[in-house]
Design a binder for this molecule. Structure first.
Ligand SMILES: NC(=O)c1ccc[n+]([C@@H]2O[C@H](COP(=O)([O-])OP(=O)(O)OC[C@H]3O[C@@H](n4cnc5c(N)ncnc54)[C@H](OP(=O)(O)O)[C@@H]3O)[C@@H](O)[C@H]2O)c1
Length: 345
């Protein structure tokens, strides 16, 4: 039994009405709240801290949680979700996402069943293929390390994984399936060959990394973009930083707009993404932060000029480069992202 600090659900006195949070309708007709809570603590936060934040956020009215087996905290989060459900929140009000990690592409069903058991759920609202590479690397390893077995994207193999994702829908274990960290060339192949289309693609997206082409492509194909690192992941570990990385929340354009509204620059980053049409999943374990993040979905819109000003500060600055997924013969992290429109081999 995994211990969480609190065993009862108490609606917070300042709670918002979860029904007031807008939702998007996915291409299979299911609805998803526009603002979820991230649960990746990396090296900075323990599983218990994150599980406590999940419970605290639910008491404030948060209903959507972006989980993943590789985050190593689904058991603890499951204990919190159990308290939420026992506290009277109907299961249909929650929107729970999880993801199959790279080492389980060959047995997606088992991975999903494990996440269901850990999260104490009968079904997931959304299940994603976390990365389109089955390449293993130990948690927390250096970005320079390369696995001898790592391979470039192999579409035939990805489709075997996707067929198991489709089977999960058939089995009723997940309501919707989607992708993460995909590129346009990979998505083209998936859309050509799939039986069940992905409803979302989860991708890095923040003012300094706007991915306009991929965003437009997804919208055109009725695939909802979910933006991860919406604040530019300011607390990511040292190993995930390079000298060229820029800081969204210090950008003068963001800072000036934040001053006008009297909010933290993080809120402007989140609001810009929401207003652009992304589902957003900011992370914090701190009550003042996760509550203000959720309230961003209820905040008045930024002006058209502010939206335009932010669209002009794109620096094409990818923070999560994915170096650890590279294979021996690869040239560099750019190979993972098909920058010239072809899939690197
Ligand atoms: N699919 C994928 O491959 C993938 C990859 C990366 C992330 N994700 C998902 O996306 C989620 C979010 O990404 P992320 O955690 O890397 O980055 P993020 O949400 O952009 O940044 C989180 C950081 O921003 C700070 N913050 C949050 N809300 C704030 C507020 N209102 N005011 C000031 N600062 C605030 C937090 O500070 P404190 O530390 O002080 O709380 C936290 O360190 C993850 O938790 C995970 O669920 C998915």
């Amino acid at each position: 039994m995994v211990a969480v600090g609190q065993t009862t659900f108490k609606k917070a006195p300042d709670a918002i009405d979860p029904a007031a949070i807008p939702s998007v309708t996915l291409n299979n007709g299911k609805k998803m709240p526009v603002l979820g809570m991230g649960t990746f603590g990396s090296d900075a936060y323990t599983a218990k801290e994150i599980a406590d934040a999940v419970l605290g956020a639910a008491e404030f009215g948060q209903r959507a949680f972006d989980c993943a087996s590789v985050y190593g905290n689904e058991k603890e989060i499951g204990e919190s979700l159990k308290v939420v459900l026992e506290g009277g929140v109907p299961r249909e009000e929650l929107f729970i996402t999880s993801k199959v990690w790279n080492n389980m592409h060959g047995d997606v069903i088992a991975s999903c069943k494990q996440s269901l058991a850990d999260l104490q759920m009968d079904y997931l609202d959304l299940y994603l293929v976390h990365w389109p590479f089955p390449n293993f690397h130990p948690p927390g390893c250096s970005v320079e390390s390369r696995s001898a077995d790592a391979k470039p994207y192999i579409h035939e193999n990805y489709m075997k994984t996707w067929a198991q994702m489709e089977q999960l829908v058939d089995m009723g274990l997940v309501k919707s399936i989607g992708t993460s960290n995909m590129t346009i060339p990979k998505m083209e192949l998936l859309l050509r060959d799939c039986r069940i289309k992905p409803v979302v693609n989860e991708m890095e997206c923040h003012p300094h990394f706007q991915q306009p082409e991929l965003f437009d492509y997804l919208v055109k194909n009725h695939i909802q973009p979910i933006g991860y690192c919406p604040i530019g992941s300011p607390a990511r570990p040292e190993r995930d930083r390079t000298a060229d990385d820029t800081v969204d929340i210090e950008d003068p354009v963001i800072v000036k707009i934040a001053e006008k509204y009297g909010v933290h620059p993080a809120i402007i980053c989140v609001k810009w993404s929401l207003q652009r049409g992304l589902v957003v999943i900011p992370f914090s374990t701190k009550r003042s932060k996760y509550t203000s993040n959720l309230k961003t979905a209820l905040m008045a819109p930024l002006t058209e000029e502010e939206m335009k000003a932010i669209s002009r500060i794109d620096r094409n600055c990818r923070l999560i480069k994915g170096q650890v997924f590279l294979w021996k013969e690869s040239n560099g992290w750019e190979d993972l992202w098909d920058l010239d429109g072809t899939i690197a081999q």
